[in-house]
Design a protein around this ligand. Structure first.
Ligand SMILES: [Zn+2]
Length: 335
């Protein structure tokens, strides 16, 4: 986009047209601004957008070699998103090279979709107590880091938070004072990886037995989402060739215990699953375990695991046989 031409065009536009442009392009906080200030705000947004697209084009082209399902089938357009940074002075300068200010999330809708770009499929679900809880817990699990104590690591922050530290770095600067300034590196992700992770997770969830009654068929069938999620299911089956990840009827299971997942295991109205826990509660399981060395909130790495199943897998890799051999030995020694 040429900023010079864009400026001329905006100068000729009426304030109401400028406001409409801002709304359509996710440019916020313009109420009460004069015409020239709105134009300046748009200019800044366009320049920022150009910078972001240069960075992400390189990143996406690198990733697409790994698994082209996501780049071929998801919109992935950038949606402005900037987590608020706090207590940055607490991080030693030498560690600040880790900082990564993404400034956006990727759209998860099907490539070529109509309507606004979005980071979720919220509109695909019929609104009721179950789906409200489900939409909320999905957002928390995929887009936010797990709960933390707020001393150094923020409690439930965006996985795209600019500053992230290893556990060792956290220990070095931890004091008795609560001054949250970063997220754990092992929970951090990128806009592209998080979009891929979201699609995988939704694919597993809508294949839970009984889920169909909560889906708005009109949106599901006409928006291209059905087609996308069917392809996504096949992509996962192809990836996990040596493991069963759906049962014979194509329904979702705890991939460790192989027990079919019940709707109450993913969201139960009236039960807080952090307080009243069940062994069958479904958690965000990983194929390769969380680590400071690589990104684990990404495509083809999240799997539904029951609390019990996740515990059994421990810090092992799901597709490796170590944990199965271990279980086999335990059983053999008991007989
Ligand atoms: Zn889009």
């Amino acid at each position: 986009m040429n900023t010079k031409n864009t400026k001329l065009k905006f100068d000729e536009m009426k304030v109401i047209e400028l406001k409409k442009y801002c709304k359509e392009n996710g440019i916020k906080c313009i109420s009460g601004l004069k015409k020239q200030d709105i134009i300046n705000k748009i200019k800044c947004a366009i320049e920022e957008e150009e910078l972001i697209s240069k960075i992400s084009e390189i990143e996406i082209s690198e990733k697409s070699e790994k698994n082209d399902f996501y780049t071929n089938n998801l919109c992935l357009k950038k949606i402005r998103s900037n987590p608020k940074v706090t207590n940055e002075d607490r991080i030693p300068d030498a560690w600040k090279e880790l900082k990564k200010n993404w400034g956006y999330k990727c759209c998860v809708r099907p490539k070529g979709h109509v309507g606004y770009c979005k980071t979720n499929f919220k509109d695909m679900f019929i609104v009721n107590d179950f789906t409200k809880k489900f939409v909320n817990s999905t957002h928390t699990a995929i887009y936010l880091t797990p709960g933390n104590d707020d001393f150094v690591f923020k409690n439930r922050a965006s996985r795209l938070y600019p500053n992230f530290l290893t556990s060792e770095q956290e220990r070095k600067i931890k004091t008795k004072e609560k001054k949250p300034c970063a997220i754990p590196k092992k929970d951090a992700s990128t806009p592209y990886d998080i979009a891929c992770a979201y699609i995988d997770w939704i694919t597993f969830m809508i294949n839970v037995y009984g889920f169909e009654k909560h889906i708005d068929k009109d949106v599901y069938e006409t928006s291209g989402i059905r087609d996308l999620l069917e392809k996504s299911k096949q992509n996962l089956i192809n990836f996990y060739k040596n493991r069963q990840i759906f049962d014979r009827d194509g329904k979702s299971i705890c991939v460790i215990t192989k027990k079919r997942i019940d709707l109450n295991d993913i969201a139960e109205a009236g039960r807080d699953n952090r307080v009243r826990i069940k062994n069958t509660d479904i958690q965000l399981g990983h194929n390769i375990p969380r680590s400071d060395e690589y990104i684990t909130i990404t495509g083809c790495n999240l799997l539904p695991m029951s609390r019990r199943g996740n515990f059994i897998l421990g810090e092992n890799t799901f597709t490796d046989d170590i944990w199965i051999d271990e279980l086999r030995n335990i059983v053999c020694n008991c007989l």
